[in-house]
Design a protein around this ligand. Structure first.
Ligand code: RB5
Length: 149
């Protein structure tokens, strides 16, 4: 199950991603917003991030105007590694090296076709582990109060 969320600015892009996930026959759950009315991205980013952090959803995809605000909100939820991407290389590396469990994109930054390509790559790329596991573990240790020096 993939968690989706957006604010009003990200809503059109989220709809494109829903169509892609339908094509890919992948299940998703939309945590809002479903309206073009102005709203606050942190509310929806947190809802989807909580679903990923709890294990209710395996991954999450977020959209706002830039992808920045909603990713910042998601990354405040313990267990979340949300990468804002606007190119396919970063989307791929966010999985291979960072084990990102959420992807954020900006509807005012990327076009629908690029976003679809990024999502396909992001959903099908595995984490490489190895030395990258140590680095991801360090990131997560910061959440627990570790001082990496
Ligand atoms: C909304 O106007 C916009 O600020 C929001 O979608 C996002 O881009 C914030 O980071």
């Amino acid at each position: 199950m993939i968690a989706l969320a957006s604010d009003h600015a990200g809503l059109p892009l989220k709809k494109e991603i829903m169509a892609l996930l339908d094509d890919m026959k992948l299940e998703y759950k939309d945590y809002g917003t479903d309206s073009a009315a102005s709203c606050d991205y942190a509310v929806f980013g947190q809802r989807a991030a909580k679903a990923v952090a709890s294990g209710e959803c395996e991954r999450g995809i977020l959209c706002c105007g830039t992808g920045i605000g909603i990713s910042l909100a998601a990354n405040k939820v313990r267990g979340i590694r949300c990468a804002v991407c606007s190119d396919c290389f970063s989307a791929k590396m966010s999985r291979q090296h960072n084990d990102a469990n959420m992807l954020a994109m900006g509807a005012r930054v990327v076009g629908g076709e690029l976003a679809r390509m990024m999502v396909e790559i992001w959903l099908t790329t595995e984490f490489e582990g190895g030395r990258h596991q140590r680095r991801v573990d360090q990131i997560m240790a910061i959440e627990g109060g570790a001082d990496l020096g």
